[in-house]
Design a protein around this ligand. Structure first.
Ligand code: TYD
Ligand code: MG
Length: 459
């Protein structure tokens, strides 16, 4: 008889304990432990999955020959960039994101787009007909030669099929639906997720086949799966975006084969995802008239340049407590900027409602956006529109000082290329900067008061 053993896992971080605990010693979450029965019966039968396919043996590190493995192009240059230049052989990549964001769509497109490779798309979520319907919608005229789909959730069965088909890329939608015979617990439980991911990791490493895992994250991040998986996989991609906007961002959180600062932008259309190669075009709204409260920031996300439109609305508060609300920006940081403006520029913003919106539904972390936010707020408060050909890049400190930002040359070059006439930036950013062949006028500032006088000169 197989001996069954029960263990307790923290739902939040995956910490394992032999007994139930009220508070997780690892992540300090309360009441997060759940019992799971782990049946490690008959290991020989289970472990035979792919151990039969490849035998591993220890090797001296100097004996390992380093062949430059060519990367496989996914068909999307945006995705290749995020991965650090393409899909690496034997890599295991996790694509996480909220339900409905487009994870299945992205990887099905990749599966169909890649030419001359045998691809196995394993779905535990959709039926074959659903997949076919989606594929027809995405590529009505394309007849992919070697794209196989499999609707199966048992990993032992999956590895049998893998042995027969010998795919060159494997995509799994999703890791939460997989189940291994080695464990008794239900699909989606922490022990199953860990085990299945470990099996595929072993497969990827021993067979040199790249594996993609799709993982769901709920809004509050309560599903532990992807968090635990981050340690197992080589690359973690996060698919983000707002359900109501068409734009989607693939962000890299961890990458063993490239930088994590890259980001890819896609647009969800009714025939699938389309890559957005020039984000500035979509993030700056077309307009014929000038409106107050709008300013353009030269932002860097990773190594990507983006010119983003910031909109602010400042109006008198009708109810007692003024409202502050920001989409795509941290409200606490907005409050800080308002406090600095109040103190330094003597703007009575304390009694005003302030709303802030970043175009395209994207959220920005780059502190260089501060200066444009301040300009947008000042423009709305004074009801004077800013020139559309003016942009901003600068961080604001608590004393109202404008601090330099990283990679200013790159931001200036992008603004100049897109035809901006003036750019406001920190004085310290211009130290040692040589302005060659640039048409753009650079306006250095040191304090927030100056920007107010520069933008709205009193005549
Ligand atoms: P899906 O890839 O199923 O999301 P996930 O796998 O992340 O749960 O796609 C979700 C949404 O995308 C769905 O609400 C419909 C929309 N969609 C389009 O707008 N156009 C399309 O061509 C496709 C296939 C989906
Ligand atoms: Mg899906």
């Amino acid at each position: 008889m197989a001996k069954s053993k029960s263990v307790f896992f923290c739902k939040n971080c995956g910490y394992q304990s032999s007994q139930w605990l009220g508070k997780c010693p690892s992540c300090n979450e309360w009441n997060s432990f759940e019992e799971e029965i782990i049946d490690r019966g008959e290991p020989a039968k289970g472990k035979s999955n792919f151990a039969q396919i490849i035998q591993s043996s220890p090797k001296k590190i100097e004996d390992i020959s380093l062949v430059e493995i060519p990367r496989i192009h996914s068909g999307f240059s945006e995705l290749d960039n995020v991965l650090g230049g393409g899909i690496v052989a034997g890599s295991i990549t996790l694509l996480g994101g909220e339900p409905g964001i487009g994870k299945s769509t992205l990887l099905l497109q990749v599966a169909i787009q890649i030419q001359h490779k045998r691809i196995l798309y394993i779905s535990g979520e959709e039926s074959e007909t659903q997949l076919k319907m989606r594929a027809d919608r995405l590529f009505p005229d394309m007849k992919p030669e070697e794209c196989y789909v499999l609707t199966e959730t048992n990993t032992q069965e999956i590895f049998n099929h893998i042995k027969n088909i010998q795919p060159q890329i494997v995509i799994i939608d999703s890791i939460q639906t997989l189940q291994s015979n080695l464990l008794d617990s239900a699909a989606g439980s922490i022990s199953q997720i860990k085990e299945c991911a470990a099996e595929f990791q072993h497969y990827a490493k021993t067979s040199a086949v790249p594996v993609f895992l799709i993982g769901h994250i709920t809004k509050d991040g309560s599903l532990a799966g992807p968090k635990i998986l981050e340690h197992i996989v080589d690359t973690v991609l996060q698919f983000e975006g707002d359900q109501h906007y068409g734009y989607r961002i693939v962000r890299c959180i961890k990458n063993r084969f490239g930088s994590t600062s890259e980001l890819g932008i896609f647009e969800m259309r009714n025939n699938g995802l389309r890559e957005v190669l020039n984000p500035s075009e979509i993030l700056i709204a077309d307009r014929d008239e000038d409106f107050s409260g709008s300013a353009i920031a030269a932002v860097l996300e990773g190594t990507r340049n983006m010119m983003i439109e910031i909109q602010a609305l400042v109006s008198s508060a009708v109810y007692g407590t003024p409202q502050r609300s920001a989409t795509g920006y941290d409200t606490r940081r907005l409050n800080m900027l308002l406090a600095v403006l109040e103190k330094r520029c003597h703007f009575k913003l304390g009694a005003k409602d302030v709303f802030l919106n970043i175009a395209g539904g994207i959220s920005v972390d780059d502190p260089a956006i501060n200066l444009a936010i301040v300009a947008a707020i000042l423009s709305s408060a004074t009801d004077i529109p800013l020139d559309i050909k003016t942009c901003f890049a600068g961080e604001m400190g608590l004393n109202g000082e404008i601090r330099p930002v990283s990679r200013i040359e790159q931001r200036i070059a992008e603004a100049d290329k897109l035809g901006f006439k003036r750019m406001f930036l920190s004085k310290y950013n211009l130290k040692g900067f040589t302005k060659e062949n640039l048409k753009i006028q650079l306006i250095p500032i040191t304090k927030v008061e100056e920007i107010y006088h520069q933008l709205f000169p009193v005549d």
